[in-house]
Design a protein around this ligand. Structure first.
Ligand SMILES: Nc1nc2c(ncn2[C@@H]2O[C@H](COP(=O)(O)OP(=O)(O)O)[C@@H](O)[C@H]2O)c(=O)[nH]1
Ligand SMILES: [Mg+2]
Length: 337
């Protein structure tokens, strides 16, 4: 393989990615995440070539409030999975990270064992696009990792904005991490988030927090019961300590059971198909909004409408309709489809 410079615009050979070449995968991800307009075409062609080779991973979504123990859990759980023969890719969506910012390193240092392990690929993605703190290309990055032979993908996101929904929309199993002291915690968790959790993990069930963790487990079990029903899987609550290693086997076991239960009912394939459809519409929405913001000819009219809305002389509905009409009219004028 020839050495090539690293950076946006580089298109790695598909064969290298399929062979599991980490450098080729990293280059592919850089291309996929590139926001340069001229990189979109090559990135899409590359993903199209990788798509038939993707789909063979167990996809786990991990979310929870900052400090709840996500990184520590992924390190402990992931290290065990690798010992059991898995190849693990960890994709961390970090709202605070920039391409060259310090938090990428920060996330790696919080998963020191995984970052060093050559059966593991750790990647922190900066958030981009308009989806409230969601890395726009994370799903594509996940597919590239699968094509490269990673058979366990853990997508970590901080519990803010719409990122939980986006992660639940791209993974097979959505895990919500909570910590002991859940009385207040329970109130703070948005309804929709709880309802989507396939497994709730109560972290830090060790030392002085062991008792509170048991209480939190009971609280969340009661809360989940209210949402139970629908689908072949009944959500579970499991307490663990990433530091002491307790509860991790039970979680791994629950993941296996979830996969088996869903696969048996034909529900896993159906879920992935529905997710792809939902993701399509996310992309359409984002692309339209991005096109609007990028169009300098529309900018004065849009700014004027924004000002009218701010001054409360025009309804938001009417302004939105006019903006959309202008966008549609633009494409008729320029003859594009
Ligand atoms: N006692 C205990 N502390 C933990 C455990 N897991 C994480 N922590 C601590 O909780 C803090 C936040 O952990 P971190 O994994 O960075 O949380 P994140 O922000 O959700 O990724 C750190 O100080 C960890 O050492 C655990 O299982 N037991
Ligand atoms: Mg973290």
């Amino acid at each position: 393989m020839t050495a090539r410079p690293h950076g946006p615009g580089q298109v790695p050979p598909v064969a290298d990615i399929l062979a599991g070449d980490r450098r080729a995968l990293a280059t592919a991800i850089t291309l996929i995440e590139s926001t340069r307009e001229e990189d979109r075409g090559p990135a899409e062609d590359l993903l199209q070539a990788l798509l038939p080779h993707a789909g063979n991973a167990v996809r786990l979504g991990i979310s929870g409030a900052p400090g709840v123990g996500k990184s520590t859990f992924i390190e402990a759980f992931g290290t065990r999975a690798i010992a059991a023969g898995r190849r693990l890719a960890v994709l961390a969506i970090d709202p605070s990270s920039e391409r060259s910012g310090g938090s990428i390193l920060g996330d790696k240092t919080r998963m020191p064992e995984l970052a060093r392990n050559n059966q593991c690929f750790v990647r922190a993605s900066p958030t981009g696009g308009t989806l409230g703190g969601v890395a726009r290309r994370t799903r594509d990055v996940m597919l590239a990792c699968e094509a490269a032979g990673f058979d366990l993908v853990m997508v970590e996101t901080v519990g803010v904005g719409q990122s939980e929904a986006a992660v639940a929309d791209m993974t097979d199993l959505y895990m919500l991490l909570v910590q002991p002291g859940a009385g207040d915690e329970l109130q703070g968790i948005k309804r929709g988030v709880m309802e989507r959790a396939d497994i709730v993990v109560v972290t830090k069930a060790d030392g002085a927090l062991e008792g509170p963790a048991a209480h939190a487990k009971a609280d969340f079990e009661a809360a989940l019961m209210l949402h139970a029903g629908g689908g072949p899987w009944t959500p579970r609550v499991i307490a663990c300590s990433s530091v002491e290693g307790t509860g991790l086997d039970e979680i791994a076991d629950a993941v296996e059971r979830y996969r088996a239960t869903m696969a048996e009912a034909g529900a896993l394939e159906a879920k992935r198909a529905a997710q792809a459809g939902a993701w399509l519409w996310r992309e359409v929405e984002e692309s339209l909004v991005a096109a609007l913001h990028a169009d300098e000819r529309l900018a004065p009219a849009v700014a004027a409408l924004e000002a009218d809305v701010a001054a409360q002389t025009l309804t938001t509905g009417a302004a939105a309709r006019r903006i959309v009409q202008r966008l549609l009219q633009r494409d008729v004028d320029s003859g594009s489809r």
